[in-house]
Design a protein around this ligand. Sequence first.
Ligand SMILES: NC(=O)c1ccc[n+]([C@@H]2O[C@H](COP(=O)([O-])OP(=O)(O)OC[C@H]3O[C@@H](n4cnc5c(N)ncnc54)[C@H](O)[C@@H]3O)[C@@H](O)[C@H]2O)c1
Ligand SMILES: O=C(O)[C@H](O)COP(=O)(O)O
Length: 530
Amino acid sequence: MAPRVLVSDKLSPTAVQIFKDKGVEVDYLPDLGKDKEKLLEVIGQYDGLAIRSATKVTEKVIDAAPNLRVIGRAGIGVDNVDIPAASRKGIIVMNTPFGNSITTAEHAVAMMFAVARQMPAADASTQAGKWEKNRFMGVEITGKVLGVIGCGNIGSIVASRGVGLRMKVIGFDPFLSEERAAQLGIEKVELEDLFRRADFITLHTPLTDKTRNIIDAKAIATMKRGVRIINCARGGLIVEKDLAEAIKSGQVAGAGIDVFEVEPATESPLFGLDNVVCTPHLGASTTEAQENVALQVAEQMADYLVNGAVSNALNMPSITAEEAPILTPYVKLAEILGSFAGQLTEEPIDAVEILYDGAPGTMNTRALSAAAIAGLLKAQVQTVNMVSAPLMAKERGIAVSEVRRDKSGVFDGYIKVTITTKKQTRSVAGTTFSDGKPRFIQIKGINMEADVGRYMLYTANKDVPGVIGQIGTAFGKAGINIANFHLGRDDKGGSAIAVIYLDEPLTEEFLDELRGMNAIGQAKMLTFDV
Ligand SMILES: NC(=O)c1ccc[n+]([C@@H]2O[C@H](COP(=O)([O-])OP(=O)(O)OC[C@H]3O[C@@H](n4cnc5c(N)ncnc54)[C@H](O)[C@@H]3O)[C@@H](O)[C@H]2O)c1
Ligand SMILES: O=C(O)[C@H](O)COP(=O)(O)O
């Protein structure tokens, strides 16, 4: 059945066409996102949800969406999506990180000019027939200091436009390197320095606990008198009432505000003040940007729903469409190895180490590790998948580590999953052959070569004569057919293991009978998703 996607915000028709072309059924209901109740009612039918900023994807929406596999944000900010709730349910959240950057940067620059020359007020006055030539005295931008807070995609573009406008650009961003600053032709400074020196301040950070209220009364008091402030990033970065007071007192000469603490903003302390220019979250609203983000989000979502390719996901490593078929057998292998370890472990897991030897070490190991952890946790949480697994492991206090090394044995490469609990360390290794099928090659340090079946009896026993006969007799008596039998041991008379493939799972009674045999230490029925 074709996957179904709901588009619940206004998107370019390009998105709808791309979904259809790629074999995805699509319902385009651009006003639905604003109707919370209606969204809750219908979301259960969909595999994908494409949104902009109007649809609020809360935990409640996610709980009402048992089939949802992907949320695609046609734009950058995902503060309207409860990502931890989505991750817990295994839903991928993706955005389009570059599609509207230039457009938003241009909006910030336009705001800077609009504020410097009081364009909107001058326009309104002129069109009202007042001709107030003396009222609208502006300032030049050339030679002024532009302070950019947040020098990521958009901030860097604004910075480069500022340099082009012959401004002196200074930037604050904890992740900005001196080299990158030099490349952009700007000076890297501390925030206090930026506040002190800038004639224009423009914000381009996400809204986080660190950036919330980054511009409040205290910060404004340290700024140059007559500073002008632009916010085309997120409401919540500026305390609106503090900015309003500062504009009234003349400490701040003007502000260009595209985003608000509460949106849609129908009221704000900034409304009606002289030289405050407001737009209704229009940063990304150009034909070009909307075309870019619509096209990109539809392609990304369809690629995931149809081919399993993951790009620009915020809660899952990327997997390209070219990579997906090569990675798939190793994803399966990693999941089976994790599942093997998880099913055999009955006490809390403290740590898991995933070793990549040879070929798989050159692949996307973050995706492979996510699959191994998903397999490991499946014994406890049925709904876990590659998206939710890393978060669930973290929540359970499981330390996850990855080791990669060059090919070291006869295989082109293999994966080994080692788990540590308070009582023991247990490992299982496997590889895939050219048929793409997974094989176990080592269990608990004992070499063997065994393919993977749906139902598998695992026994650990002492290496003494007669064990195989005893097990075989018990199976014969119970009329149970053995599909395949693999054995391995460490040393003569030491520890041995057997993996026995069956057509059906064994009953607990039969397992107890096996456990009652002298030489058998452990007998466990394992099930694999093959
Ligand atoms: N108005 C709009 O319509 C519109 C359109 C697009 C994006 N946005 C918003 O613009 C913002 C920037 O988007 P982007 O694509 O440039 O994001 P980005 O992730 O590329 O850049 C954000 C930068 O902020 C920096 N940063 C993080 N914490 C910081 C802190 N405490 N102080 C200073 N810098 C910090 C990061 O290091 C990063 O370099 C986002 O909030 C996004 O949602 C708004
Ligand atoms: O983060 C973004 O991409 C912008 O805020 C754009 O939001 P919009 O898609 O609702 O215009």
